[in-house]
Design a protein. Structure first.
Ligand code: ADP
Ligand code: MG
Length: 324
């Protein structure tokens, strides 16, 4: 069956029927707007990300369910990077008329599976036809107490630069997909990233992260955003960058190039006071998430890269920019 057989309202009905109730949602899908009840004494954090066929994903590379999960994950990751607990989201979709309902059902199964896992509720959206492939636009809402929100601008000189998990995997996975590989650890890191929600919220709740961002454009580009907004520079020890064994095998010649510029790992990059190092290590160990200190915040601007033998290192590729 194709979407043109189901119709716009048939599709919306099909989606609405799968959504569970939540106490924070006074009015969900079905009216002109949703009505939400925020938790007392919290700010609402709101973020939006689009995913376009041919730009962000390729339906020849990914199954619909993984794409659904990733569409929500990248938005939840932005909330995690602010230390916010995700609560609700809106889903905008533009679909070709001949899009199969089977693909659509797979996509929605992925979106709603991830929503369930992270306790977020679909409260509305928009649906229209597309003349150029699938377009997904998700807007996610989260909550945090005002004094606990973690911004990009909070880093100070002398702090440690830290990262969760491993970096470079998703970029290597994309390279493998282009070469025809369709499975394995690196490919799954590209197609189905894990947003670090619990860690982001815990770092914020405990007042441990001074500045935070999720690694969507690459370590150098994303740390660059923290540095710029905080008015500081950073020195990165390349020998401390966390790489997976699979990634090391893939990038045997030079692990740094892709590790520094490859995006889409959706790990958290954050700064902490040196005295909090053990507390943060313990906290992340409690979540079973790898923790690495990869550098320090310094005076000035820009990011200095130091190889394990102390030599300076130049990045060739800067990270992803849609218009470059
Ligand atoms: P309007 O014409 O007033 O914008 P719509 O027909 O677009 O209303 O939407 C009807 C209801 O269905 C609204 O509550 C809207 O939020 C919801 N909705 C539309 N598309 C989606 C979608 N893709 N996912 C979830 N809810 C949706
Ligand atoms: Mg509408």
């Amino acid at each position: 069956m194709k979407l043109k057989d189901l119709g716009e309202f048939g599709l919306i009905d099909r989606i609405a029927r799968q959504v569970h109730k939540a106490p924070s949602v006074v009015l969900g899908i079905g009216d002109d707007a949703a009505a939400l009840a925020p938790t007392a004494e919290t700010l609402t954090l709101i973020t939006s990300d689009m995913l376009l066929d041919g730009v962000h994903f390729d339906l020849n590379f990914t199954d619909a369910k993984s794409l659904g999960r990733k569409s929500l994950s990248v938005n939840l990751s932005d909330l995690a990077a602010m230390g916010a607990t995700p609560r609700q989201f809106l889903l905008g979709i533009a679909l070709p008329k001949d899009f199969s309902t089977e693909l659509m059902d797979g996509f929605m199964a992925g979106v709603l599976e991830q929503a369930e896992r992270f306790g977020v509720t679909l409260v509305g959206g928009d649906t229209c036809s597309s003349r150029s492939g699938l377009v997904v636009s998700i807007t996610a809402l989260g909550e945090q107490r005002p004094e606990r929100v973690v911004k990009r601008s909070g880093a100070s000189v002398g702090e440690l630069v830290c990262v969760t998990g491993t970096v470079g995997d998703a970029a290597a996975g994309l390279e493998l997909l282009r070469q025809g590989v369709r499975e394995g650890f690196l490919v799954s890191r590209q197609l189905d990233p894990e947003p670090r929600i619990a860690v982001g919220v815990a770092l914020a709740d405990n007042g441990l992260a001074t500045a935070m961002i999720d690694v969507s454009d690459g370590v150098v580009a994303d740390l660059g955003h923290i540095c710029e907004l905080s008015g500081v520079g950073a020195r990165l020890q390349l020998g401390a960058l966390p790489f997976s064994d699979e990634y090391r095998t893939f990038c045997a010649d030079d692990p740094y190039a892709l590790g520094l510029s490859g995006g889409e790992d959706y790990e958290l990059l954050f700064c902490i006071k040196p005295k909090h190092r053990d507390a943060v290590a313990d906290l992340l160990a409690g979540f079973g998430v790898k923790f690495s200190v990869i550098g320090e915040v310094v005076k000035g601007e820009g990011i200095e890269l130091v190889t394990p033998d102390g030599a300076p290192y130049q990045v060739v590729q800067k990270g992803f920019d849609h218009f470059q």
